[in-house]
Design a protein around this ligand. Sequence first.
Ligand SMILES: *Cc1c(COP(=O)(O)O)cnc(C)c1O
Length: 376
Amino acid sequence: MEKKRIYLSCPTMHGEELEFIQEAFDTNWVAPLGPNVNELEKEVASYVGCKTAAALSAGTAAIHMALKLAGIKEGDIVFVSDLTFSATCNPICYEKSIPVFIDSERDTWNMDPAALEKAFKKYPNAKAVVCVHLYGTPAKLDELIAICEKHNVPLIEDAAESMSATYKGKQTGTFGKYGIFSFNGNKIITSSGGGMLVSDDEEGIAKARFLSTQARDAARHYQHSHIGYNYRMSNIVAGIARGQMLHLEEHKAIKKKIYEEYKNAFADIEEITMNPLNPDGDANCWLSCMTLSEGCDVTPNQIMDALEAENIESRPIWKPMHLQPVFEGYDFISAVDGEVSVGEDIFNRGLCLPSDIKNTPEDMQHIINIVRGFFK
Ligand SMILES: *Cc1c(COP(=O)(O)O)cnc(C)c1O
């Protein structure tokens, strides 16, 4: 018999999701938009502590809208985290603007303020900064914001992975001019697919809603003065997200427990270091990751293969953007010249451990035993 699959991070439904969907069916408000969408926007804005939010079809769509609201145009330079998922930077290319990738620092694995400062020296006319909170660990926001303010450019926070994580007591996604969350299937909560743009800029969010519903001017006849998008969330999808919002804190608590469990289990193994957490923040520990020490005989691939042989899902660290064939032509700025960059080093030596909140104590022990088996 095939062994039960243990997942990296997959959807966990609770039942309330169905009630919100049922309500939508009962009132025939399946689409367009509808009460679940309006309520979800209010609930997310209130949860994170910002004025307003726009529910969209994906986190990627939310990043795209944030760039439009920031006035990013063809040829504009946008500084963006290098160690991330490609969705962080793809929307920069949708707008024919130019991504410049910024290396990570070692303390949180996020955008290195020193590299960002260096990037502004080379490109003083850059128009925006997009930073990620990788694997749910908040970036060094104070430092990044100080640099953005000094150069008078807006910060866009890609908080797709960090929903519910805080920095100095405040939710990630609410520090920049715009923040985005994702409800994709692998994230800490999911709507089956969707995203949210959040901001205190009420006018901007209203504009995002307008642009993401095909940019129809306020006229009875179909009149358009802007290029529009079909980026809005459906009332059914929003119902799932509303049910999930009720369990966000609970998911976070379990994710944090998983991280602690791995950390304790590997504490005596010199070769293993867990992904760093920002001491100024409270990470949501979306994915627990580990790195192997330099010169270690064991490779991340060996560990991933051993886990897969037991039907356990794990993943490499995101491959840095400046190493991606599709972004070959773009610049990359690192604070460490002439050495392997920080992001590439983490990629080379790291992997993401199964972090699904449905992992049982037996599942965790099984995973831990396999990893520990390499260091006997
Ligand atoms: C998942 C993810 C996104 C994209 O969100 P979607 O809702 O899947 O479009 C963007 N950035 C990061 C860092 C992500 O992990």
